[in-house]
Design a protein. Sequence first.
Lengths: 105, 273
Amino acid sequence: MKKSLFLAVFLLMTSMSFANVVKDKLYTAVDNGAAASLENPLDTFTTEDSIDDSCSASCYAEIYYLGELRTTVFASTTAGDCVTAITNCLQEAKVKAEKYIAAAE
Amino acid sequence: MKNFYFFIFFLSGTNLWAQKDSIQSITVKYNYAVRGNAAKNVTFKAAYDLFIFPDFGVSVYDNEENIDPKVESPVSNSAVIEWKPKGKNLSTLYKNYAGNEMFLKNHINLRFFVQKDSLTIFDWDIKQESKTILGYNCQAATTTFRGRNYKAWFTTALPVSGPWKFDNLPGAILEVKALDDYVSWEAIGIIVNKQKPDYPKPENPFLSEKALSWTEFKSLYKEKAIAASKYTTKDGEKLNIVTARMGVERYIEQDDEDYQADKMMKKIMNGNK
């Protein structure tokens, strides 16, 4: 009985740890996906900070002219989870960049 | 002394005769590539033509109209935005050898200004190394120009000229590469033609606009970069704009203490990790 209980608790704890690893990997994968396309002079494309039930993300959009990076527009958002926060952040950065282009032209 | 004047007269007479006979035009076609970010994985490729008119002492460098530039990015991502402004002569660079000057349009925070430079801004170190490009025997030369180190290949068989701002070697520059692989120009075709004697001299398309010297351009670039970092929309929204310190040329020195927006944003981004 003791052995079975120990095994059950052990399995439960292992699967929880595994779930956490999977969860972390999911966020990392999204982050790396975005970063891989751009790499950048600021070392990171998106950053996220998960506090309680919300997640804050910082990111930026890059404006290129004839292949040269000319302007970077930063944004930050908060959402219930990090995937949504990053997606929203990228969208917001893009909208801000387009606003800036429209205003400058 | 008489002999000297006769020699000058003979030279100018020969020159006049040559101008009346035909006008020489040389077209050098270049492949241009720029890897526009730190990881060099956003690559822009375009085709440019350099039209050289030795009889007029001018050259015109411009993008090839029929070939669309291409941006190659390994992953499509909405956060990479290509700015495609409309306007005349945005990719043109005009060189006037007699006046030792060149003109082009360059932008500061998405607004274009005519920028003027001297043709002798390059301090080349000519090497012994040689190779053949498109049948022309070329010699190597290296230089450091506004933040980057370059290696160029030039031929004395063609008149003094070069792609974009590059110039001031004893012949035509057929290849230039930044040693950090950021940017390159490679000649892929050369056409030498004789035009009719009444062929018109290409006019400088920038003469009607005020031209900024490189010093004035750099100063305005920094001023606008600082202003952009504080930019807010009409609704009061702060956009957090960071202007690049350099592209092919360095606009703001790395140790410049007046412009700190990029360093501050880097700190903020790293602080959020």
